[in-house]
Design a binder for this molecule. Structure first.
Ligand code: ZN
Length: 412
């Protein structure tokens, strides 16, 4: 093997000619001079079309490659510009690096892999780059993988939700494949426009293939989906329905507690406060102490005890077979309407308005649980300190980790 070809093998280069290998006198790094093979020359980095040369650009350029043992390593080559018919004047494509990158493809792939699989500090230390740079690399790697793969192929069941990625300031809309639990799309914003953007990408044909969507009651999700996915049953997440009951029960509890306190019955008020957890618990999980508390609630305040029963009955709907659940829900609505507890009396209207979505969720046994799992992972990713320079970095890392886009380690 000729000595120069050893470098080619070592660096995993393809469609590239090695011209020379040398040390940079200043810092002892290895600098490999390369050029594109004839067939690779003058190509647009976006469409790969052969294009007329434009100028020499900024002359010789360096790309950081994977370290060679203990030394830094760079590729060096000309970086002329071409004039593409579609993309205008751009730096010509190189086989060893992504467009606009100061690193080789192998370097970026390894960085992305490490970011998915190790800690922030480990990546930055090992690769000798700033954390911010890691973010940009992940964005490039994820964008390329996304362009090459069709994550929407065969989608029939979706989970759509929002997630806040910076203490209530920034929101992302996330879409998962409900069958595989895989993240297929994430985008900043939580509004109709964002959902429409997703549906535009999905395209009319694939919109028509969607059969089920799991989401909460937010109009900005349900309205665009109902409009554009004509064959989809929108399933409202049980948790959000039960939460309506939880909130109503809490309202009753607070009212009762305030009344008791105002009436100067401090002892009773304290007892009611102490019963709080017992009210929310799953009845099957009540300990003896909690049972006792509930019995006391029944003794001292009938309203609160009734509110408790109504709330538990609402939860029950999600624990029985669906045909029975629909009957149970009808009976529950009647009960709630007549119960004379203000926070509960207003619920039937809300629930009736959302009835189709509630019934669909019961019928299909669908919930947001899968989407929530993905959301928890995204929250972990953001918490790992993905320097919030842009939501796109968070999205890129989420797509690499949870969308199955992470590249293999170079050479494997
Ligand atoms: Zn082009």
């Amino acid at each position: 093997m000729r000595p120069l070809r050893v470098w080619k093998q070592l660096l995993g280069l393809r469609r590239t000619v090695i011209e020379q290998a040398d040390f940079d006198e200043r810092d002892g790094s290895v600098v490999i001079s390369v050029r594109r093979r004839a067939r690779e020359r003058d190509r647009c980095p976006h469409c790969r079309r052969r294009s007329p040369g434009y100028d020499q650009g900024e002359g010789r350029r360096r790309w950081r490659a994977l370290d060679l043992a203990t030394s830094l390593c760079f590729l060096e080559a000309d970086a002329p510009r071409v004039n593409c018919r579609r993309h205008g004047v751009v730096v010509a494509a190189v086989p060893w690096a992504r467009h606009d990158a100061a690193f080789t493809r192998a370097f970026e792939d390894q960085t992305a892999w490490l970011t998915v699989n190790t800690s922030k500090t480990a990546v930055a230390e090992l690769m000798r780059i700033a954390w911010r740079t890691v973010g940009w690399i992940c964005e490039r790697v994820a964008a390329e993988a996304q362009a090459q793969r069709d994550l929407f192929a065969g989608l029939t069941r979706l989970g759509v939700d929002e997630i806040s990625v910076r203490k209530g300031q920034r929101y992302l809309t996330v879409v998962i494949d409900h069958d595989t639990g895989r993240l297929v799309w994430a985008h900043p914003g939580r509004d109709k426009r964002t959902v429409h953007k997703f549906l535009d990408l999905l395209g009319k044909d694939r919109c028509e293939q969607i059969q089920l969507v799991s989401c909460d009651m937010a109009d900005w999700i349900t309205i665009p989906l109902a409009e554009r996915c004509p064959n989809a049953d929108i399933c409202l997440d049980p948790f959000h329905i039960v939460k309506l009951g939880t909130d109503a029960l809490d309202e009753v509890r607070r009212e009762v507690w305030n009344d008791t306190r105002k009436a100067g019955q401090a002892g009773l008020a304290r007892e009611l406060k102490g019963a709080r957890f017992a009210l929310w618990m799953n009845p099957e999980r009540l300990t003896e102490r909690h049972q006792h508390k509930l019995a006391r609630v029944q003794e001292i305040n009938n309203d609160l005890y009734r509110a408790y029963l109504i709330y538990q009955q609402l939860r029950m709907i999600y624990r029985v077979p669906w045909q029975q659940a629909l009957e149970l829900l009808d009976a529950w609505l009647k009960w709630a309407r007549r119960c004379q507890l203000r926070p509960f009396v207003k619920l039937p209207k809300t629930i009736t308005n959302q009835r189709a979505g509630i019934d669909a969720a019961l019928r299909h046994g669908l919930s947001n649980a899968r989407t929530e799992q993905v959301n928890t992972q995204i929250r972990l990713i953001t918490r790992r300190g993905f320097g919030y320079h842009s939501p796109w970095a968070v999205i890129a890392l989420a797509m690499l980790s949870l969308g199955g886009l992470c590249p293999p380690l170079p050479g494997r």
